[in-house]
Design a protein around this ligand. Structure first.
Ligand code: HEC
Length: 200
């Protein structure tokens, strides 16, 4: 008897057993989810993101083979190297940017004797440099580790025969001679001070 009472008390204190209520996912949500799914799957089939070759990158076999600037057939294209390496500063017209980047068009440094322009492109320049009567004080990067002799020859030949310039082409042999002759140099040329001497 006593035991029964206790049991009653214990039972009364207990929470009812939990049970699942009947709350189905609202139809509107189900409808939205299935619409989304249908859209996603059909999107995959209807869009062709990889079909248009013109959207791809413009790498050529030459770039993939690790020879930037080299055209099929092995000839080096000076215009292409100019566009890739020089245009940002010296501009497409070779006119430079007034006060910042000197012009290559009509520049006495570009048109100087054949060994000078390769010296400039191989090692770069810092400090004051006078071009066509205007003083610049910027810094021209060095390309000795970036471009081969053939590439420097091609880009300089391009520069010397475009933008209204007409001077003799520069051969890879000339660039090689200049490179070998100045291989101990680690610093860029110090503007007018050093380059004027090379001009003579
Ligand atoms: C980051 C900018 C920059 C790039 C890239 C650059 N140059 Fe220059 N270049 C300069 C600056 C600045 C000077 C002037 C340096 C000074 O004031 O001391 C200069 C000077 C020169 C000169 C001598 C002055 C003149 O105007 O004739 C030549 C030649 C030249 N650059 C050729 C080239 C060629 C060729 C390339 C590409 C291979 C090239 N530069 C890439 C900034 C650049």
């Amino acid at each position: 008897m006593i035991q029964d009472l206790r049991k009653d008390g214990a039972q009364r204190r207990e929470n009812p057993d939990p049970h699942e209520k009947n709350r189905p996912v609202p139809r509107i949500i189900l409808a939205m989810v299935s619409l989304l799914l249908i859209w996603a799957v059909s999107y995959i089939f209807m869009s062709h993101p990889n079909d248009d070759a013109s959207l791809g990158d413009s790498r050529t076999m030459a770039t993939l083979e690790g020879k930037p600037g080299a055209k099929a057939g092995g000839a080096v294209d000076g215009a292409q190297i100019y566009a890739a390496q020089c245009i940002a500063c010296h501009q497409a017209t070779g006119a430079g940017l007034p006060g910042v980047f000197p012009p290559l068009a009509g520049s006495e440094w570009v048109l100087a004797k054949e060994s000078l322009p390769p010296s400039i492109v191989l090692h770069g320049i810092t400090g004051k440099l006078t071009v066509k009567g205007t003083a610049y004080d910027g810094s021209m990067p060095s390309f000795k580790d970036k471009l081969s002799d053939a590439e420097i020859a091609a880009v300089l030949s391009y520069v010397r025969s475009n933008f209204g310039n007409s001077a003799a082409k520069i051969t890879p042999e000339t660039v090689k001679t200049v490179r070998d002759g100045s291989k101990d140099r680690a610093q860029p040329w110090n503007g007018d001070d050093e380059l004027a001497k090379l001009k003579e």
